[in-house]
Design a protein around this ligand. Structure first.
Ligand code: GLA
Length: 384
């Protein structure tokens, strides 16, 4: 928990809302160890929630107004009425994640209670670490609390995903919202994105999860993302299934003739990645870090060559990390792609030397300075 951030959201709240002592919700970002672009294909993913989070201080109101202050945007504010037709706000883009979640919840649950909120987060934005899912899930939790809805973590995640799909306009899968809602401390979560069944798997004691942000500005993410999704749907249709992960590798290999070149490559990534994710969960359960590392490297190669979502800077980072880590773990790009972050699993005692290596090489090679985060697997959304 970031104590400065906590003090900040509490102090700003009291200052703006008549000295009232607020409650605080904490919703984490996430890093995905393996299983990329499998979620919306009904496959498996293996993420953990991280120790970078959105904090929301809040207290209920007696009317049905929502008042929000964004501490990280110079205390910009937005307000709207729950019973109105909640519209997209062109002026404050950040507030659309909140408007989206409240709008989706208001359609499903009548008589929601109004709320005052102050928001602040330290999940790096636009880095593929799910800052928007953390915000959405945090808001859903606040609304659930003030309106005494007692919603499950799964429902909070589904409402948040619906807001992102329908209100914000990104056709994302369920992974980010579900792990932000349901993360387990010290564990990754194997999620079956078709049934939403989850299984926690502990991380070996002596291993570290390192995140390196390439700081490559992600461009055209939503449109490229939505295009990949359409290509996967077209490939699924070829196999006569709704979700591509309903076929296994043998079915893919037996039926691949007739796919066009792009659909073939997209489908090959997804079907093999789904199997790699199951194998990685198995390897982690057995503490087999070498096998996990090999699967992470194969995943990266597939994202680079078949799904075509990496960038030269990301590929370089992954190469440097894999060379340094060797058989003691592995590295790959994490998240939706087109920039963002790389994740590595490695022995804790190697962290310092690996960070030094990245610091000595990345800026020199690319002209961009990386950011490095040593992450810890954390609990999902909760009231502090
Ligand atoms: C983004 C989406 C997720 C998932 C990943 C890729 O983070 O929000 O639903 O599809 O990309 O694995």
């Amino acid at each position: 928990m970031n104590n400065t951030q906590l003090k900040n959201v509490t102090d700003i709240f009291k200052h703006h809302f008549d000295g009232v002592e607020p409650q605080v919700v904490c919703a984490p970002g996430r890093v995905n160890i393996i299983g990329e672009h499998t979620d919306y294909n009904g496959g498996h993913v293996l993420p953990c929630a991280i120790n970078y989070q959105t904090l929301i201080s809040f207290s209920p109101r007696e009317d049905n107004q929502i008042h929000i202050i964004a501490a990280d945007y110079d205390n910009q504010h937005d307000s709207f009425n729950i019973s109105d037709n909640i519209a997209f706000n062109e002026d404050t883009f950040w507030s659309n994640y909140i408007r989206g979640v409240v709008s989706v919840m208001a359609q499903r649950y009548p008589n929601l209670v109004g709320v005052n909120m102050v928001i602040s987060g330290d999940v790096p934005q636009g880095a593929g670490l799910s800052s928007s899912a953390a915000l959405e899930v945090g808001i859903a939790k606040v609304i659930s609390e003030v309106s005494s809805l007692a919603l499950s973590n799964q429902t909070l995640a589904q409402l948040s995903q619906q807001a992102e799909n329908e209100f914000v306009g990104c056709q994302c899968g369920i992974m980010d919202q579900l792990i932000s809602a349901s993360g387990h401390a010290d564990h990754v979560l194997l999620i079956n994105c078709e049934t939403l069944a989850t299984a926690p798997i502990s991380l070996p004691d002596n291993s570290a999860v390192l995140i390196v942000n390439s700081n490559v500005k992600r461009g055209l993410v939503d449109s490229e993302y939505n295009t990949r999704r359409q290509q996967c749907e077209a490939a699924a249709k070829h196999f006569g299934v709704t979700l591509l992960c309903d076929i296994d590798i043998d079915t893919f290999e037996a039926g691949k003739q007739g796919l066009d070149d792009i659909e073939f490559k997209r489908a090959r990534h997804v079907v093999y990645e789904n199997q790699r994710t199951l194998d990685a969960a198995d390897a982690l359960s057995k503490g087999d870090i070498k096998a996990l590392g090999d699967l992470m490297r194969a995943s990266h190669a597939s994202m680079k060559d078949d799904f075509e979502i990496t960038t030269p800077e990301i590929d370089y980072l992954v190469d440097v990390l894999n060379e340094a880590i060797g058989d003691n773990g592995g590295a790959r790009m994490t998240g939706g792609g087109f920039g963002g972050c790389v994740v590595a699993v490695l022995p804790s005692e190697q962290v310092t030397s690996v960070c030094e290596l990245i610091e000595s090489r990345y800026l020199q090679k690319t002209g961009i300075k990386e950011s490095i985060y040593l992450s810890k697997a954390c609990q999902g959304v909760h009231v502090l």
